[in-house]
Design a protein around this ligand. Structure first.
Ligand code: ATP
Length: 274
């Protein structure tokens, strides 16, 4: 049953680990074609939100809808089927180093083919064409048959993006995708994620520690602090006052002074942290 036009909708999500409350009452949504940056200091709960959405952990409370389907209560085959629409991207790329780039991209097709074909890795001609097109989309067609572990970090992350493109996911969940990359590779990867979102209508939720990159590449920012959302605003709303509220006075990271001075302050979207 479709409950929302949003690709991702999270209502009042909560997750604790023992007595540690990692996430307490988070609500947010991401629409089709929207690139949302998830910001917040270390330990604020960003990865826990990703793990609850992808159901690597089960939330304690709240509802998570992906592509109109409630996923926080799903189990077994129905959960595996719904995971096909979620493309996951991690800081450490999560590729199989000894396999070629195209074989890693084809792994994105495993959820869409039968079990026997998956075990035998018997991909169809269409699957291979899809994988090559995805590698072409990220500018790595010429590296298709090169071992993944012989590629640079930025190239490996682009292979990971090609994998979620070939998967034909409706949402990309990217947890600190540029944390291991140099500035040029980071910009390249975020530019790709943004253009894939805008051109293919895929929703992107991407956690970042670099607020300057969020300003440049995101459409909207959601910021967390102590497990709660403290800002949900268009990127123009991320001004100096907001950054201080999120990170305190010792922050923000990697924001040039001129950018702060130029940033318009949109107070309306500020949510006071309880
Ligand atoms: N499996 C776990 N067991 C115990 N505590 C956990 C577990 N996972 C996360 N936490 C705790 O939950 C809180 C939120 O962690 P989380 O990894 O979600 O934060 P984060 O915002 O992603 O941090 P970072 O930016 O450093 O990756 C932290 O205090 C963390 O120590």
């Amino acid at each position: 049953m479709s409950v929302s036009p949003q690709v991702l909708r999270i209502d009042d999500l909560a997750k604790s680990f023992g007595t540690m409350r990692a996430v307490g009452g988070v609500s947010l949504s991401v629409g089709p074609g929207e690139f949302v940056a998830l910001l917040g200091p270390s330990g604020s709960g960003k990865s826990t939100v990703f793990r609850c959405v992808s159901r690597l952990v089960r939330p304690d409370a709240g509802c998570v809808y992906v592509d109109g389907q409630r996923v926080d209560t799903l189990e077994g085959r129905r959960l595996r089927r719904q995971r096909r629409v979620m493309g996951l991207i991690f800081q450490q790329f999560n590729l199989i180093g000894r396999l070629s780039a195209i074989d890693n991209v084809l792994a994105g097709r495993l959820g869409s083919i039968g079990t026997l074909r998956a075990v035998l890795r018997a991909f169809s001609r269409e699957d291979r064409q899809l994988a090559l097109a995805a590698l072409d989309r990220v500018g790595l067609l010429d590296k298709a048959y090169q071992r993944a572990d012989s590629l640079s970090g930025g190239q490996q992350q682009r292979v990971a993006i090609a994998r979620v493109v070939a998967q034909q996911s409706r949402i990309i969940l990217a947890d600190e995708p540029v944390a291991s990359l140099d500035p040029a590779a980071a910009e390249n990867v975020l530019g790709l994620l943004r253009s894939i979102a805008h051109e293919q209508g895929i929703a992107v939720l991407c956690s970042l520690h670099q607020t300057d990159l969020a300003r440049r590449f995101a459409d909207r920012v959601v910021a967390m602090k102590n497990g709660c959302v403290v800002l949900d605003a268009p990127v123009a709303g991320l001004g100096k006052e907001e950054l201080t509220a999120i990170y305190g006075n010792g922050s923000p990271s990697a924001v040039p002074a001129f950018a702060l001075a130029a940033a318009p302050v949109v107070k309306a979207a500020m949510i006071q942290h309880a």
